[in-house]
Design a protein around this ligand. Structure first.
Ligand code: NAD
Length: 584
């Protein structure tokens, strides 16, 4: 299974447990418990990544793989499973607390043990993957049944739709027949590959699948009815808990985890856009999260003190969060950074204009300033590396930097197009990619804001490159929003209208001699000033959009009119596009 691993049998009462163990015995010990209907092989790819740094051990739960298979359901009582863990801890790490990691029923076991007095001082932490505390599953079900409001009935129906298989498990004879049938002719392999996107290689599924399924059913049969009849009161975890929630789990609704904090006062929640078998589909991510968590617990830092970002959870949650804003040296970017700071966020500012950036950084009291051209992909990669390394992953990223090029399409050169698209579209794309990736890997949600424009829905014959780049930003934001939703990450496209900033002065007006270009810039700047919509008002709207997780924030009245025309009167919109918008 693993390089340098030893396999051994650990005795627990009448039961033999098959255990695999690897890594340096002097390092913190991690014990892995698999779920139903798996074996310790579930962890192979995770253990391979952790064994070089930790002392790792995984065992076949009684009834599975190479461990004994007691016949009576009573032998599968959670108390007996606790005996097994105790025996494994004694064999692997006598006298030193272990970090427990469980998946599915392994996680349910973990919740049980981390809340039992019996294991106090023996467990240093728990990482529970795709498995809620049994007490809360039952308490929530009871509440839904006792006080059935329409919303609760709907939630119960949603849960029942995912948990249909439990009915099959409780039907006499069904687990035996079903697993015999599923294990034959590659049927289970087919289901795993096609429904769960799990590969069926390297010992998956185990050759013992039919027997594992049949005996493992006793975990449900023994423990669920007993807990229904005798719920435990006031259960509290005595060690920090990391909860890994797969957002696309077909079997367990994410709402099962809503109240986990009631049981685990020190809780770290991670959301992953994966299906149920995360240790198989995302072994690298799972291994990294486990390693980070274990290291924090070992170092005595507070691993659970962070509250995960809640999409649409209001602006209050900005307090203490890390926010990064590009193009923060001037205009909307600078005002947005100041508005986020006013909400208590810690600010990182990015701009290619060193002097403007330094001024903004000082005025706002930013934690960090970074000179960077957002259109440079490598520079953005380096920026993200440095930011994550020095400050951690920003909870909020505002891709705001932008430039304007105005003038007729046929006079806009290929170079002009490349410049506009390079900054306005690719700058946003690079920001989304480098920080979006970091947010996904962190697994605690977040918010990305891409500053587009009302030009995204209103064509103008004088603004082809700019409008096209902004329309592309809108569409890219919508696509990314759909992709990142399962990770708890919101994406907003902000669309202001005419805002009085430096953009009109810094813009390039194609096909004009320099003196005329400057004069036009001044006239346009004055016109925008007379319009009198300052960047601070845009910033307020952006902050509100972050709090509400708006898909599109349409800011300024003219932007709202343009959006309405694009939806309900496209003919009018086309006629408006033919007007001269640059002042003579
Ligand atoms: P601004 O010129 O006042 O500020 C833009 C900032 O971005 C400047 O500090 C500039 O140095 C920086 N920047 C430009 N290119 C960069 C690059 N490649 N890398 C890093 N930084 C760069 O303009 P603004 O009006 O505040 O514009 C901000 C955003 O708002 C832009 O995306 C713009 O298209 C958008 N917008 C502005 C208006 C408006 O009327 N002002 C309307 C709609 C949308």
């Amino acid at each position: 299974m693993l390089d340098g691993a030893i396999t051994r049998i650990v005795r627990s009462g009448e039961v033999d447990l098959a255990l695999v163990q690897a890594g340096d015995r002097g390092r913190p010990a991690l014990i892995f418990i698999h779920g139903y209907p798996d074996t310790k092989e579930l962890w192979a790819d995770v253990l391979a990544r952790l064994a070089p740094s930790y002392h790792v051990a995984a065992y076949d739960v009684r009834g599975a793989g190479d461990s004994s298979r007691p016949r009576r359901a009573a032998a599968y009582d959670l108390a007996r499973l606790g005996d097994d863990l105790e025996a494994v801890i004694e064999a692997v790490s006598p006298g030193r607390p272990v970090h427990l990691v469980g998946h599915d029923w392994g996680a349910i076991q973990g919740w049980e043990f981390v809340t039992q007095e019996r294991f106090a001082g023996m467990l240093a932490s728990l990482t529970a993957i795709a498995g809620p505390p049994l007490d809360q599953v039952i308490a929530a079900g009871n509440l839904l049944l006792r006080r059935p409001t329409p919303a609760r009935v709907a939630e119960l129906a949603r849960r029942a739709r995912r948990s249909w298989y439990i009915v099959a498990i409780f039907t006499p004879g069904v687990p035996t027949l079903a697993w015999r049938w599923l294990a034959r002719g590659g049927r289970w392999n087919w289901l795993m590959q096609n429904l769960e996107r799990v590969g069926t290689d390297g010992g998956h599924p185990a050759p013992t699948l039919a027997a594992d399924g049949r005996h493992g059913a006793k975990l449900y049969r023994r423990n669920i009815p007993r807990r229904l009849l005798g719920p435990r009161a006031h259960v509290v975890a005595h060690a920090p808990v990391q909860l890994v929630i797969p957002a696309r789990d077909h079997y367990i609704s994410t709402s099962y985890y809503d109240n986990a904090r009631l049981i685990a006062p020190v809780l770290r929640r991670r959301l992953v856009g994966a299906r149920h078998w995360v240790p198989r589909t995302e072994p690298g991510l799972v291994a990294r999260w486990i390693g980070e968590f274990v290291d924090q617990v070992e170092a005595g830092s507070e691993p659970g003190s962070r509250t995960p970002w809640a999409r649409g959870g209001g602006i209050e949650q900005l307090c203490g969060r890390l926010a990064l804003v590009t193009g923060a040296g001037s205009g909307i970017g600078r005002a947005t950074a100041a508005a986020l700071c006013a909400q208590g966020a810690r600010l990182l500012l990015v701009d290619r204009d060193r002097a403007a950036l330094a001024r903004a950084g000082e005025e706002i009291g930013a934690e960090g300033t970074f000179v960077c051209d957002v259109s440079d992909e490598q520079a953005m990669e380096r920026l993200a590396d440095e930011v994550v390394c020095r400050f951690g992953v920003p909870d909020v990223v505002v891709n705001n930097a932008g430039i304007a090029v105005a003038g007729p399409f046929l006079e806009t050169t290929g170079q002009d197009w490349q410049r506009v698209v390079g900054v306005n579209l690719m700058g946003v794309v690079h920001g989304c990619r480098v920080f979006g990736r970091a947010l996904v890997e962190r697994g605690e949600g977040g918010q990305i804001v891409n500053v587009a424009s009302a030009a995204a829905f209103q064509p103008a014959k004088d603004l082809p490159a700019y409008s096209a780049s902004k329309a592309a930003v809108m569409m890219a934001s919508e696509c990314l929003r759909a992709e990142l939703a399962p990770y708890g990450i919101g994406v907003t496209a902000a669309c202001p209208g005419f805002v009085s900033t430096n953009i009109t002065r810094a813009a390039h007006y194609v096909g004009l001699p320099e003196a005329e270009e400057r004069a036009l810039a001044e006239r346009l700047t004055r016109l925008y000033e007379r319009r009198n919509f300052g960047p601070e008002r845009v910033a307020t709207a952006i902050v509100e959009a972050i709090g509400a997780d708006l898909p599109v924030a349409v800011i300024t009245p003219e932007a709202r009119v343009m959006r309405a025309l694009s939806r309900f009167a496209p003919g009018v919109r086309r006629r408006l596009a033919t007007l001269d918008t640059l002042p003579a």
